[in-house]
Design a protein around this ligand. Structure first.
Ligand code: NAI
Length: 343
């Protein structure tokens, strides 16, 4: 089985070669992202493997289907970039539901600690033999309140980490986990009570700009936002405005709503056209990492292993454990829950 692997990076290739060996799945690595112009590269392949910033909209899906592609293997958990309705009945979509929730949760805390203890500034200073402490005063996390939006795999690990620091944890989830010992509150209460707000819910129509200008105005003055989930959960213009007005105390962003043409690439020496991103990065209280929260050896191994298993199951006609739910509406006759494929 031959798979066209889009948006391939040097750190992807070794693990996919390792786990692909002996499976009968052969990957062809393309640097190009999948979009309407590059879909043609999938000609002659049986499936495609894509990541967070590949475009899998209706036009791309129609092209892939016409080329004979019958499986899209997402090598990530989030799938907001895929038009699932368009795929239903034509192309199976499988994903890696969890590769290392620890990687993302730990990165979130790394960002928070870096920000509140000014590690990013101290690192640059001592590299320059500047040992002054002026401007480096931080604050204790112990006793502070963190509001966690989305208490799935990553959110819950982040909650445990925060509790280890002696923080008070409040949470909001559209589907609260019963008996999880989590103190669920309304979004309003979370906004007004939290010193730190961390986003761990998926991006959807409902959660788009969940951190809006209005939400920011309802937060405590000096609130810190952590986003290691999806960029468009935060209205970046509103965030920038909140920072300028000192309403927002700091922001740590591993994702950005317009990241797809910027993140994962080297723009040093070039002019970055995105004024909002450039202005955010120029702020002393904003830390940006380029969607690297997942990037640990453990996670890369799990991603490759699960993706190969997903593709082998598809090729061998087996049930697709990690097939995405297309929301087909057949609630009383769900093939997936009967351990079959969705179609
Ligand atoms: P998960 O599916 O285990 O948890 C998501 C949680 O969000 C669930 O508890 C769900 O009930 C909740 N949720 C759904 N709709 C909601 C809404 N409207 N409002 C509030 N909560 C809602 O997902 P997991 O594995 O914890 O991942 C969370 C997110 O992290 C993913 O959606 C993905 O966008 C992001 N992610 C980022 C990575 C990175 O490298 N920065 C890597 C992996 C995931």
């Amino acid at each position: 089985m031959r798979i066209a692997f889009f948006d391939a990076k040097d750190y992807d290739i070794p693990s996919f070669e390792q786990y692909g060996k002996g499976s009968g799945i052969e990957f062809k690595f393309f640097e190009a992202k999948l979009n309407e112009d590059t879909a043609e590269l999938a000609s002659g392949y049986d499936g495609v493997c894509v990541f967070v910033n590949d475009t899998v909209n209706a036009a791309v899906i129609d092209k892939l289907y016409a080329l004979g592609i019958r499986v899209i293997a997402l090598r990530c958990a989030g799938y907001n970039n895929v038009d699932l309705g368009r795929c239903f009945g034509k192309i199976h979509v499988v994903r890696v539901p969890a590769y290392s929730p620890y990687a993302v949760a730990e990165h979130t805390m790394a960002l928070l600690l870096t920000s509140v203890r000014r590690i990013h500034k101290a690192y640059n200073r001592t590299k320059d033999f500047n040992f002054s402490l002026s401007g480096l005063t931080g604050f204790d996390l112990h006793g502070k309140t963190v509001g966690v939006i989305g208490t799935g795999k990553i959110g819950r690990i982040f909650i445990d980490i925060c509790r280890g620091f002696g923080m008070r944890v409040l949470a909001y989830d559209k589907y609260p986990a019963e008996d999880a010992g989590i103190d669920y509150v309304s979004l309003d209460e979370l906004f007004s009570e939290s010193d730190v707000i961390s986003l761990h819910c998926p991006l959807s129509e409902e959660t788009y700009h969940i951190i809006s200008a209005d939400a920011i105005s309802r937060c405590k003055k000096g609130v810190i936002f952590l986003n290691t989930s999806r960029g468009a959960l935060i209205d970046s213009d509103a965030l920038l405005d909140g920072i300028k007005r000192r309403q927002v105390g700091a922001a740590c962003l591993d994702v950005y709503e317009e990241e797809s043409d910027i993140f994962f690439r080297d723009f040093s020496g070039h002019i970055v056209e995105d004024d909002v991103l450039a202005r955010l990065i120029s702020m002393p209280n904003v830390i940006v990492t380029s969607h690297q929260a997942f990037l640990t050896e453990e996670a890369l191994g799990n991603i490759a292993e699960t993706t190969v298993k997903n593709l082998v199951a598809f090729r061998d006609g087996l049930p697709l454990e990690n097939e995405l739910c297309y929301q087909c509406g057949k609630v009383d006759d769900c093939r997936k829950t009967r351990k079959k494929r969705c179609f």
